[in-house]
Design a protein around this ligand. Structure first.
Ligand SMILES: Nc1ncnc2c1ncn2[C@@H]1O[C@H](COP(=O)(O)OP(=O)(O)O)[C@@H](O)[C@H]1O
Ligand SMILES: [Mg+2]
Length: 363
């Protein structure tokens, strides 16, 4: 296995589009790093530069201690798994998995041993004699991963490997990816636009926005301490609520919720700010709880998900939407038509400046 260092990597395509702007990222040996962001933000371009499939316009790429910036793909010691599997249709699973080894001149017995080992790890041993046509989508995906495993690369690169699968299978394969990482102890760089995959798989996540890395960190660190409004909004479902506010020196005042009480004992700049409140941090206010943070919600609609309730409504101004998430057993107050007092948990709130940068919290 190997570590990876991206140093100010830039990609400008021949048509003049700069898809990646000088990004730097360090991936430790054995780490599972997820590159996540909306479509078109430069994730695949970054992965393809690492793989050597796309020329690096400027910057430097290191695998282990070696500068591989100008090295051809085959000499970088990594393996890439694509969304589209790209299996050879006329070959069996075993032949597909062993093909690269055979090309490299390994003898038949050695190829077979490596293929069988990888097939065991992926639990596709019984499928080795089949052709891709005789496999389900999830099984094909496993063969594509197996083809990468047999090469024992220093680094695995995955580009949206699960996005062609249906939701149930995607959940199952997500678990398998995590298990695979544990079993192999492999260094993995994994690209997805799916925040759930990013949150559940990554030891660290790099959130991309417009060809730049917005923030890098452990999934829960990003969830609870987003550096920017973009990161806060991208992670979490339903998405974070945003309230326009101003700071009067002690508390936050909002034109969207004139009756709100939002103590904020921390310095904050004058002018328009935005308060971010996650839907799960809005429990009901207890009667007579004087002085605690409060917010009134006019509930309009509720979704019952069995264990959870998600309620949608509007704040005091009758316009600004707010979403609340609660355990079903604790959601009796969230009825359509009800006017409810909520107690926003400001310990978990994030205050953003006009540029969308997170401000320091109260101590
Ligand atoms: N071969 C190319 N030539 C020109 N522009 C490209 C090429 N490939 C991708 N792009 C552009 O680069 C940007 C990033 O693309 P990409 O890395 O594929 O994003 P992502 O994988 O995050 O969806 C997009 O604006 C895309 O249109
Ligand atoms: Mg892509």
């Amino acid at each position: 296995m190997a570590s990876l260092a991206l140093r100010a990597l830039r990609k400008t395509y021949p048509n003049g589009t700069t898809a990646v702007h000088d990004i730097s990222l360090q991936v430790a040996d054995g780490e599972f790093v997820v590159l996540v962001g909306p479509s078109g933000c430069g994730k695949s371009t970054t992965l393809r530069m690492i793989a050597g499939l796309e020329e690096i316009t400027s910057g430097q790429l290191l695998i282990g201690d070696e500068d591989v910036t100008d090295r051809p793909p085959a000499q970088r010691g990594l393996a890439m798994v694509f969304q589209s599997y790209a299996l050879y249709p006329h070959m069996t699973v075993a032949q597909n998995m062993g093909f690269a080894l055979k090309l490299a001149g390994l003898d038949t017995l050695a190829v077979r041993a490596k293929v069988e080992h990888a097939a065991n790890v992926l639990q596709i041993g019984p499928l080795l004699a089949r052709t891709p046509r005789e496999l389900s989508g999830g099984q094909r995906q496993r063969v594509a991963i197996g083809r990468a495993i047999v090469r024992e690369p220093g680094v695995f690169l995955f580009d949206e490997p699960l996005s062609n699968l249906d939701a149930a299978l995607r959940g199952q394969m997500r678990l398998e990816m995590a298990r695979l990482h544990q079993a192999l102890g492999a260094t993995i760089v994994y690209v997805t636009h799916d925040q759930v995959e990013a949150m559940t798989l990554g030891s660290r996540i790099a959130v991309f926005n417009g060809g730049r890395i917005e923030q890098v960190g452990a999934p829960l660190a990003l969830y609870h301490r987003p550096a920017t409004r973009f990161v806060a909004e991208f992670l979490g479902s339903p998405t974070m609520n945003f309230l326009p506010v101003r700071h009067d020196g002690h508390a936050l005042l909002s034109s969207a919720a004139p009756d709100a009480l939002l103590p904020w004992p921390a310095p904050a700049p004058a002018g328009e700010l935005v308060l971010g409140l996650r839907p799960e941090h809005l429990p009901p206010a207890a009667d007579g709880a004087e002085g605690t943070a409060q917010l009134t919600l006019q509930v309009e609609h509720r979704e019952h998900l069995g264990d959870l309730v998600i309620a949608h409504g509007r704040l005091g101004d009758g316009r600004t939407p707010l979403t609340v998430k609660a355990l079903a057993a604790q959601a009796g107050h969230l009825l359509p038509g009800a006017r409810v007092r909520l107690r926003p948990d400001l310990q978990h709130a994030v205050l953003f400046d006009a540029q969308g940068r997170a401000l320091p919290r109260p101590a």
